[in-house]
Design a binder for this molecule. Structure first.
Ligand SMILES: Nc1nc2c(ncn2[C@@H]2O[C@H](COP(=O)(O)OP(=O)(O)O)[C@@H](O)[C@H]2O)c(=O)[nH]1
Ligand SMILES: [Mg+2]
Length: 223
């Protein structure tokens, strides 16, 4: 089989810059591509890897003063066949498992994706996201135990209106770069931070609710 023309992420990093690979996994049409697109908006340079119809999107950023060059990998729909080519997993530093909060079957399939991920990358940090919460925001009151069971940070997100998208990708990049420089402890840190984050947003929601009550019917415009 032909060699995949992909970067070597295990090579020593350039001066002052950590290079990481982040992948999204999950059923077809859960919104993996849209989430990456949403996060990157116009600041990305897609680069086609011809052999396996994979695209990678490079993103340069800083995490705690450290320069990080992130390649987000995206598929051309191979997930339709319920598995990914090994090159997709190769040298990945973090994974976001995505399901569609409006389609239960995509949640039920998470264990299959997770199992395949672990066959190739037993140790990398993994995050979990329920996407499309804009369709029915009431899903956010439901519990999705898969993430908790595997000790993963969990995010309700919407690629359409942007809810939690930046937060989730920033956490994924943080996890990926920490994993690369020191492959321990990062998940504990993120879990801890996320607990505080949930408390904060909970408080904010309460405050917003109070404001709305006072403002008698100020509906937010639909996006
Ligand atoms: N309402 C809504 N639709 C979404 C959202 N994210 C993706 N979609 C739609 O879901 C479909 C599949 O998205 P895509 O990113 O191609 O899914 P992928 O196959 O997982 O990469 C597209 O029609 C998107 O417009 C979202 O957050 N909300
Ligand atoms: Mg896609």
């Amino acid at each position: 089989m032909a060699q995949v023309a992909q970067p070597d992420y295990d090579k020593p990093d350039d001066a002052g810059e950590i290079r990481v690979k982040v992948i999204c996994l999950g059923d077809s049409a859960v919104g993996k591509s849209k989430l990456v697109e949403r996060f990157l908006m116009d600041g990305y340079k897609p680069q086609q890897l011809s052999t396996f119809a994979l695209t990678l999107f490079n993103h340069k950023t800083e995490i705690s003063g450290q320069k990080v060059s992130v390649d987000f990998w995206d598929t051309a729909g191979q997930e339709r066949f319920n598995n990914m080519h090994p090159s997709y997993y190769h040298q990945a530093h973090a994974c976001i498992l995505v399901f569609d909060s409006t389609r239960k079957v995509t949640y039920k399939n998470l264990p299959n994706w997770y199992k395949e991920l672990r066959e190739y990358r037993p140790e990398i940090p993994c995050l979990c996201a329920g996407n499309k919460i804009d369709v029915d925001p009431s899903v956010t009151s439901k519990t999705f135990n898969f993430a908790k069971k595997h000790n993963m940070p969990f995010y309700f997100v919407s690629a359409s209106d942007g809810t939690n998208v930046v937060k989730m990708f920033r956490d994924a990049i943080k996890a990926a770069s920490k994993y690369k420089s020191n492959p321990t402890d990062i998940m504990d840190e993120i879990m801890q931070e996320l607990e505080n984050f949930e408390l904060e947003t909970g408080e904010e929601k309460k405050k917003e609710g109070e404001k709305e009550e006072q403002a008698a019917g100020g509906d937010a415009p639909a996006s």
